[in-house]
Ligand binder design. Sequence first.
Ligand code: AGP
Length: 607
Amino acid sequence: MCGIVGYCGNRDAAGILVEGLKRLEYRGYDSSGISVGFENNLTLIKKKGKINNLKAAVPSDMPGNYGIGHTRWATHGEVNDINAHPHMDASGKLAIVHNGIIENYMSIRNKLIKEGVEFTSETDSEVIVHLISKYYEGDLEKALKTALKHLKGTYGIVAVHANEPCRLVGARNGSPLVLGIGDGEMFLASDVTAMIAYTKQVVYMEDGDIVVVDKDGFRTTDLRDNELDKEISTVGWDIGEIEKDGYPTFMEKEIFEQPESVLRGMKGRLDFEQGTAKLGGLNMSSRELRMVNRVIILAAGTSSYAAMVCAYLLEKVARIPASAELSSEIRYKNPIVEPGTLYFVVSQSGETADTLYAMRELKRKGATVLGICNVVGSTIPRESDGGVYIHSGPEIAVASTKAFTSQLTAMYLFTLIMARMRDMSTQQGQMIVESLAKVPEQIATVLEQNMNIKTIADKYAHCHSFFFLGRGLTYPIALEGALKLKEISYIHAEGYTAGELKHGPIALINEETPSVFLVPDDGLREKIISNMKEVKARKGPIIAVAVEGDTEVADIADDTIFIPKANELMYPFLMVVALQMYAHHTAVKLDRNVDQPRNLAKSVTVE
Ligand code: AGP
């Protein structure tokens, strides 16, 4: 969603801000803008559409060594130049950028209008600049703090005032804000990707923090002016990880990184001898883990399908009652928190509003909530009681791929720990550990199918509707396959459990509606073959994802993607990679913007 970048230092700010915004593009946006300060003047440039429109409007020799920039993902008001941020006050001396939503903006707006303020945009954010302006008496920090006392809602804000050159003032409440400490220069941004080219030294702001930054230092306080001592962290990855590295899209790069990212998620965590795993960050003793009698996993989107796989697995392998819940639903269900229930929240970004607010609601009711996240320092891991970083590395494409397989990795390790604490034998545990260790190599084998998958994807790219069908552990993979296809190719796709097809959806099967069947060689194979025959009898084209050597399935299907033979618990990893490649090739064939699909955002920070 919206992205913020702020800079103060000795270099030309305009170039740094535009480059920072370019790095934030992946979050999803529809307009962008910058405000650059040169001595006691601010210049404002805002453009609808891609950053390149903004870049073209910014003079290459634009003077100014401080400023703020923003990518907007519209919530209040249409997509146009005026609604884009930054927003300025009437004096043209004060500018702000804002992420989040101001819930009481209407009443503030009406009051300010009565006081004679003229609004130019339809946004909720514009009230912030006029409120700060109203209270400004030569001290931006003080004016911002006074203004914040009137605001209800969520925000990450950065403000600049031309009377206080080369100073940024930021505030955070519910929308991420990170400070970057450079050599004689400072950055404020909604995530570290905007500043990683210049510094790896960062401070993650917490809700309620106010930060005042000039080129040589920073100071953090709370709203009541109490000084705060903040920890400086070092970012553990390099700029190379957010470059395409020769791949045409980030999504393809991230799909192909999975042998390494899954391996990284297991590294040092597998115990071959004891047939179990080690997860340091759970912050729970063996005794406490043994007392867990139910696990509930919450997440949104792709992460919710990882959660579903893991709920199946926990029941099947560890024999613990488990379920997956959508974050956006559980929060408003007035959830019953019972002793003995352990909650997990799964989130790549660690910032998804639905998941974060659901987690807070559960914690309010006394639940223990562990996080499974990718982005280090993000809000969910900081607010959870413990958890696991999945270490899949920065995921830039909006469509999540490598984070999904890394989320599975973390949850498989947790399941193994729980199973071995209960009634799983050492031998069974060792067998699972060995099977898990083979997964990275088996994913690499699936990736070798790339050209075959492209041929099949090209063949069906003209179709308007698809079914994705699985059962048991591969049912969530069918849901994920359908989500991947619809979000990047804009083709309608439905994920179903294959057993449900005959209860209604089969009415939609015809020659133009392909069904992608996931056929592992487990106990459900025969049942799935029957479901395939039901589709075949109605002339529906079939694409099967089947285990190497399964000629019976290949004979029924029109096209087959083979995956290597593996332990039956590991097929979710292998099948999902095939479906990610399928969706990617379809989107490329249809000339879609694979990395930044329409209407979508990487980090969904509104409910
Ligand atoms: C994935 O391809 C999606 N774009 C989306 O469903 C995503 O998984 C969802 O918004 C949850 O994000 P999170 O993992 O960062 O919480």
